[in-house]
Every structure is written in C-alpha cells, then in structure tokens.
Design a protein around this ligand. Structure first.
Ligand code: IVH
Length: 694
C-alpha cells in the first residue's frame, strides 16, 4: 500500500530543507553582498511558509533555521565582499564586538487584520507608539561617559562589526553628549539603536557616478547605505553622505518609564529622533497613522518600508518579553511594494548571456519609488499569455528589492483597456541572430541555442568572465567589450589573452593609459584560483558557490572533464541538471579549444597545492548528516571534508542517511529519529579515524 501520508510528509520535509537553503542564501545576498535576489515581500512570504511547515514538523527544529536567527551582516573573507560590491578600497575587515543586548529583528506582517489581532491580544489600555520603519540598516551606538565609543552593525545579532570611523562621518550623530558645564547628566553607559540610511538624492547621485565608471549599480538606497557603511575609507563614506534616525534607547538606570519619553529625552540630548513618532490610544488612531503615512511617506527624502508599533510602557514590554528572533512588544506593518499603472508601448526582447530571451516592456515613463521607470521585465511567454497582455494595454509595474522593475498585472478589460494590439505571440527566432529558439521541457524560458555566434551571448559570456566575482579584470567593462567585439578583436573569452597594447591603444576611446591598465588586469587574472576560473567559464547553472564545491571535489579541469554523472551528482548542490550541463560543456569541441587556449595563456586550471584538501572516494554514495558542536574542526570544515571524500551532506535524518556525524548538543529529536531508523551515529574522533584509515 502506498503511504500517502508519509509521502506528503516527505514533500513537506524536503520543502523545509529547500526553503531554509533558499532563505539562508537570500540573507547572504541581502546582508553581506548587498545584492538582493528576492524582493522583501517574497522573502517574507517564504519565511512565513517555513514557519508554518516547521510548526507541523517540530522534530525538524533547528536553531540554525532562518526562522530562528536574524540574517548576518558580519564581514566575511574580505575578497568576497570587495568583489561583490566593487569596493576596491577595502584592505581589512572590522573588529567584531559582542552586543551588550542581543540585536533582534521585528515580527512583520503585510496584513492590517493581523495588526488588529496583535493589538487586541495586548493587555487592555496599553499605549502604542507608532513610528516609521526606515529602510536602511540597523546600528547600535555606545556612549560611555557621554562619548561615542562604538558603533556596531547588527552582525549575527550577538556580535557586530565596529564601524565607528564610518559612523563618525554622519553629522546628525553626536560624538559627545552632556559636557560637565552643560547641566546635562547622561548615564555612564548608554546605547542608542537606529537606522543608518542614504537619502534618495544621495543614492541617485552615487548610482550616476557608478554608471559613469561602469561599476555595478546599487538596487536601492538600503543596499547603497549598507555597502557604504562597510567601506574601509571614511573619507569616501563622508563624501557619500549617510544619514541616521534613532529609535530605541537601552542601558541601566535610564530615565523615564516609557519608550516615547525616552525618545524625547534622547532628542533633547541632541540625537536624531524622527518627528513622526506618535503615541496612539486606540485601534482607530493606529490605523489612521498607518493610512496617513502610507501616502505621506512618498514625500519623505528617505526610504521607508512600513510602520513599527511598540508597546509604550517599559514594564509592560518586559512582561511581554521576546521570542528567539524578535520582541513580542513590537510588530512591523510593511507597506506592499509600490505599484503604478502605465501604458505598455511596445514589447521588445533581450537575449542574455545564457541565451534566455526575456520579453521587455517598453513603458510610458512613470515615477516609481523615487525613480523614473521606462522598461520592465515581462518575465516569459507564459506570463504574457496568462494575462493576455498586448501592446497598448495599461499594465501595473512594481519595483521590489531588485534593480529591474517588473510588470505584475494588467488593468482588467473595460474602459482602461485600450489595447488595439494583436494577441501576443512569442518570436520563433532569435531577435539578435535569427537562430530558431528552443524551449526546454519544464522551463518557462525560450532560449537561443546559438551559443557560439549569437552576439549578446558572446558578449555576455565575456562580461561574466571579466566580472569581479569571476576573473576580476579591471578596465574591461561591458562598453569596452562591446567596442572590442565590434572591432573584431574579441570573439570569445580566450581572445582576451591575445589582446595587445597596440590593439587597445589604437581605439579612439581608450588610449595608452587604458591599454596599460587593461593589460595589467588581464595579467593579474592569471593568478585567479581555479574555483573562480570554473565559475568564470559560465557553465549554465554553475554559480559561485557551486563552482567552489565542484573545484574542491575536482581540483583540476582535467579531472573535471572526465567526471561522470554519478560523481558530479554526489557533490552537495549539484543536481542532475547541473551535472548534465557540465558534461555537455565538455562535450563541445569549441569549449575544449577555448580551455586549451586559456591554459596556454597561463590561466589557473588546477588548485594550487595548499588549496587542495586531501581527497578520496571513501565516502562516495554516502549521505551524511552533520549535527551539533565540534571540538576539533568547525561544522563547515567537516562538511567540506565530507565533500572532499566524495560524500554528500544532507540536512535531515531519513532512511537514506548513511550515518550521522554528531558533536556536542546534537538535537534530541534527531538522535531519537536516528535510533528509530537504526542510523549509526559517529563521534568526530571516529569520523576522523575513518578518514585516516583510507
Ligand atoms: S525597533 C527590538 N523601530 O527594522 C526592536 N526598528 O525589520 C528593534 N527599523 O532591525 C527594532 N525602523 O533595523 C525599530 N522605528 C523603528 C525602525 C526599525 C527601521 C529596522 C531595524 C530592525 C528592522 C526589523
């Protein structure tokens, strides 16, 4: 008999694992790389779904789940961050300092009904402070004996990066409060928390400069502020002009018994406290505040993404307490992303690096979240067909956290439907090179298969190859690639290494100096390690992280070239489709020729001795769960070891688990489940011994 119930359970379990992974990755993109991949709305919805599923499967509780901790902004390996944001000045990280009080997040909702529910559940007659939710990044300021001594980012909630030198460039933040003769007495230790941000005007100015310098643009003021705060050059930070609002005071023996009064005292001490803070006494007042600011916020010089409601009375706050992630005495109502209705003048197409043909809406210009929008993605053929979108229609456009606005709907048939356009049909041939388009089963996208001679694909591959996270070749941006391509000097990535000083310098726009810079960048790229070279090759679906994992398992291109489907899918993160793409890549003779030319040019096609970890096939075909805290190596190191020896890391215990590598404090539920299923549990000593016995 088929056990439908357990099948259903298994699907949910898989969904939990997939969501955790997706949300961790999104957190990393958002907090560390400042390049969000999900809109806030999509992130919040997925997090909610994960919460629901975790509630249905308490045995899968994991303190590391994104539902249980805040996303971390802690500065990582400097190179990754430098590349990601194109911040060249960084030379070192920041000192990490433990927070005196954990820095939590806020529960949030997009539903006014949920706000009403939250208010109803509070003790009777509590006052609520309503505030704007500023869209920047949180900061904790320490004042010791009246002097600003530390400024910590949220980090992972328990420790943060001390960015004091950068914070001191913000004119609104006092560096001293209360001199002995001013009559103001301030506590020995005082902490203020708030939001660091960049105004719309400063954000646009910065992006214009970056556009001119062919640097990647920031998607929104929040990412720009976050990238700026983590720079190592306070002069540059000062030039960009950060701003700040403070919204929370902490410490011992502080004055006042309410949150509102504390904010007013802070204001008197010279801190930047928003004038929009208001004490409300009823549901109606709170709702009026929300509705008022939903409109009025569009006139503010800075980005806001919601309203924060806080219980005013501090002892009532204390009684309500905290969950692992957020206070129970506060909640955020988030405004849905701003939408605008505008006319779709024409549909054109963009062919990407991998040949995906994306329909693009050319719009009647419209103001959206502070910028003018003229182009937006129409996603794919199915989207257009489902909504029956035609040229001439009025469409809804939205800007999420991403840089590219999207069409999200069409005005219903009726008086505003002006389309005279014909029913939409997707082109059958590539708008750039004329090749017949193909649509892979199960995928929404149409693709141009002409990888080797379709211009945007050739140029896109080169742009990807030189990008910062890949070969990081300075002085070779997309415009220069365009130019050299049009001059017949570049046809594929290997040609980059045959460019000469003369070729470059004779281009009108470039000259001797640019030629020198570019050649120096090309030369330096020969030191880029194998894992990044693999990412730079642009094999479909082989992203930065996957490339690292593959390179760890196959420390040279010669080994990778002969890898079997089985060996590839045994690598964490490599599914069947990625494995197929890798095999197809090496079956293409033109790719092999390019690889040979790159190798001859001196590009790294294998890991250097010291990068290589010992490796074997000892754990081939084994699915291993790593759980708990370890003494000899970190969890991440153990996971890397498992992969290096051909094993696969999995998140939860099932019948298929080969064994569990367990440290201290392994979850009791996991242990129970392992025992029930007869899965063996190894200590770290046993595991290390096993690897040494190979
Ligand atoms: S109170 C323990 N008030 O929103 C209470 N947060 O999504 C902590 N934020 O991490 C936060 N404006 O960075 C609070 N008026 C405000 C805020 C605010 C923006 C940010 C803050 C927090 C995030 C939660």
């Amino acid at each position: 008999m088929i056990d439908l119930f357990s099948q259903f359970n298994d699907t949910e379990r898989e969904e939990i694992i997939a969501l955790r992974k997706e949300l961790e990755e999104a957190n990393h993109q958002y907090y560390v790389l400042n390049a969000p991949t999900l809109s806030d709305y999509d992130f919040d919805q997925k997090l909610r779904r994960l919460q629901e599923l975790e509630a249905l499967h308490p045995d899968m509780f994991d303190p590391k789940s994104p539902t249980q901790h805040v996303g971390s902004d802690l500065t990582e390996a400097k190179s990754e961050r430098q590349e990601a944001k194109g911040e060249r000045r960084k030379a070192k990280g920041f000192a990490q300092v433990a927070h005196k009080y954990p820095m939590l997040s806020l529960a949030n909702t997009y539903s006014q009904e949920e706000i009403e529910d939250w208010l109803r559940k509070l003790p009777a007659n509590v006052e609520i402070v309503c505030e704007l939710k500023y869209d920047g990044l949180s900061i904790s300021l320490w004042y010791e004996n009246g002097t600003l001594t530390k400024a910590l980012t949220r980090g992972d909630g328990t420790k943060g990066d001390n960015v004091i030198d950068n914070i001191k460039t913000i004119a609104a933040i006092p560096q001293h409060i209360g001199t002995p003769d001013s009559g103001v007495r301030t506590p020995e230790f005082l902490e203020l928390r708030g939001e660091v941000l960049l105004s719309w005007a400063a954000f646009e100015r910065l992006n214009k400069e970056r556009e001119a310098g062919e640097e990647p643009l920031f998607a929104n003021p929040r990412n720009a502020a976050s990238g700026t705060l983590k720079l190592q050059d306070p002069n540059e930070v000062a030039r960009r002009g950060l701003d700040c609002y403070l919204y929370y005071m902490l410490g011992e023996d502080l004055p006042a018994n309410t949150h509102y009064d504390r904010l007013q005292i802070a204001k008197q001490w010279g801190f930047p406290i928003s004038d929009a803070v208001k004490v409300c006494h009823s549901l109606e007042e709170v709702m009026d505040y929300i509705h008022y600011w939903d409109i009025e916020r569009k006139n503010l010089p800075v980005a806001t993404d919601g309203i924060v409601l806080k219980v005013n009375d501090l002892s009532a706050q204390e009684e309500l307490g905290y969950t692992a992630k957020s206070p129970r005495w506060a909640i955020a109502y988030k405004f849905p992303a701003e939408k605008q209705l505008t006319r779709l003048n024409a549909i054109t197409y963009q062919v990407g690096r991998t040949g995906v043909v994306t329909p693009v809406a050319n719009l009647e210009p419209v103001q959206l979240s502070g910028t003018t929008v003229q182009r937006a993605t129409l996603h794919n053929e199915d989207f257009i067909r489902q909504l029956d979108i035609r040229e001439g229609d009025m469409v809804w456009v939205e800007k999420g956290g991403e840089i590219i606005p999207k069409v999200v709907g069409r005005e219903e048939k009726g008086e505003r439907r002006e389309a005279k356009g014909e029913v939409y049909t997707f082109p059958t041939n590539c708008p750039e090179c004329g090749a017949k388009l193909v649509r892979v089963e199960g995928e929404a996208a149409w693709r141009c298969p002409n990888e080797t001679s379709c211009p945007p694909q050739i140029k896109g591959k080169m742009e990807h190859f030189v990008s910062r996270k890949a070969m990081n070749i300075d002085g070779l941006g997309s415009e220069t690639i365009d130019l050299l391509y049009s001059q017949d000097l570049l046809h594929n990535i290997a040609d980059i290494y045959t460019l000469t000083q003369e070729d470059i310098a004779r281009q009108e726009r470039l000259g001797e100096k640019s030629a020198q810079n570019m050649l120096a960048g090309i030369e330096a790229s020969k030191q880029v390690p194998w894992a990044r070279v693999l990412f730079a090759l642009g094999i479909r679906m082989v992203g930065e992280t996957t490339a690292k994992k593959i390179a760890r398992r196959f420390p040279s291109i010669d080994q990778l070239q002969w890898a079997t489907m089985e060996q590839l899918t045994a690598i964490d993160d490599v599914g069947e489709q990625i494995a197929k793409n890798i095999i197809a890549y090496f079956n293409d003779l033109s790719n092999l020729e390019i690889i040979n030319r790159l190798r001859e040019a001196g590009v790294q096609m294998e890991s250097q001795e010291e990068e290589q970890s010992p490796q074997s096939d000892l754990l081939q075909g084994k699915s291993i769960v790593v759980s708990g805290v370890f003494a000899r190596h970190s969890r991440e190191e153990y996971k890397a070891m498992i992969e290096a020896h051909g094993g696969k890391n999995v998140g939860s215990v099932s019948k298929k688990t080969s064994f569990i590598l367990a440290g201290e404090n392994m979850g009791p539920e996991k242990r129970k489940k392992a025992e029930a299923l007869g899965v063996s549990i190894l200590t770290e000593e046993e595991f290390l011994l096993m690897l040494n016995n190979e």
